[in-house]
Design a protein. Structure first.
Length: 112
């Protein structure tokens, strides 16, 4: 098996696909008003990672001699997991965390 090929192509597909979608979301949608009618730009945020994963799977399938199907499936699954991980990391990094400060407790009253 060519595990190096599977690993490198999967990482590259995940970086390109998720990177393009994250760039579109952060670059374009952050400056616009909320969208009422999603268009081609919104669709591209879903299509780009899927197209990159398909491309990576076909690439690995065509460039291996043995166990083609297994390596193609491994590439698709690894690319998908890495893409989801990149999206999760982007959400965690760019989210605004509202830090909740605890309310100070009043001093106890003397009952006397």
């Amino acid at each position: 098996m060519r595990l190096k090929l599977v690993l490198i192509v999967s990482i590259l597909a995940a970086l390109v696909g998720s990177g393009a979608s994250i760039t579109i979301v952060l670059g374009v949608f952050a400056s616009l008003q909320p969208l009422n009618r999603p268009g081609l730009l919104v669709l591209s945020t879903f299509v780009l990672p899927a197209a990159d994963i398909v491309w990576a799977t076909i690439f690995v399938y065509r460039h291996t001699a043995r166990r083609r199907r297994l390596q193609a499936v491994m590439t698709a699954l690894l690319s998908l997991l890495l893409t989801l991980g990149a999206f999760t990391a982007a959400v965690l990094v760019t989210s605004r965390s509202a830090r909740v400060q605890p309310q100070p407790t009043p001093p106890p009253r003397n009952a006397g």
